[in-house]
Design a protein around this ligand. Structure first.
Ligand code: PNS
Length: 168
């Protein structure tokens, strides 16, 4: 039997967007197993805690046995090697992503030449969707329903409700 090929889709996923979902699904069609690896942001102050981010992704991909959700800290290439991944999969929305992403991919190659980075383009309808903008739109009262999975939109609604109740 041929060995199973595992890919890692890393990210902060703060929060998971429809663009992330699109990339994870595409990776799932290319590899035998996919690990969605959530960065434990030691430096950054995420909106959602790491347990929450993991729970959201697990809920969205529930029932997909070839997909695993895990956390990592430290160097991504060390994690990739530890998991015996054949590739790191990243989403590339536009030319502006390329600058930063190519730098990271080449740094990762410098650190571990055996770990390959693969860029996938999401559906163009997600080309402007980012976690940062989703948070900004939600914080300013805009609708994010078309930008994130329903479970994520529900978390934002719950947070808004909690914030309102605390004020009363
Ligand atoms: O969703 P993000 O925030 O764009 O994901 C960035 C991520 C997690 C892929 C990147 O920050 C990362 O790989 N961090 C791990 C630390 C690391 O390996 N740094 C050296 C890479 S150049």
């Amino acid at each position: 039997m041929p060995e199973s090929r595992l890919a890692i889709v890393p990210g902060s996923f703060d929060p998971l967007t429809n663009g992330h979902v699109d990339i994870i699904e595409r990776a799932g069609r290319l590899f035998d197993r996919v690990v969605v690896a959530v960065l434990v942001n030691a430096g950054k102050q995420p909106l959602f805690g790491v347990d929450d981010r993991v729970a959201i992704i697990r809920e969205v991909f529930a029932g997909q046995a070839q997909l695993e959700v895990d956390t990592f800290d430290g160097l991504l290439v060390d994690y990739a090697r530890q998991r015996q991944a054949v590739a790191i999969v990243k989403g590339l929305r536009s030319v502006s992503d390329f600058d930063y992403e190519s730098q990271m991919a080449l740094m990762n190659r410098h650190l571990r030449p055996d770990v390959e980075t693969l860029f996938l383009m999401p559906n163009e309808r997600y080309s402007y969707v980012s976690s940062r903008l989703v948070k900004e739109v939600a914080a300013l009262g805009g609708s994010i329903d078309d930008l994130v999975p329903p479970v994520v939109a529900a978390r934002f609604s719950r947070r808004r409700l909690e914030a309102r109740t605390q004020k009363v």
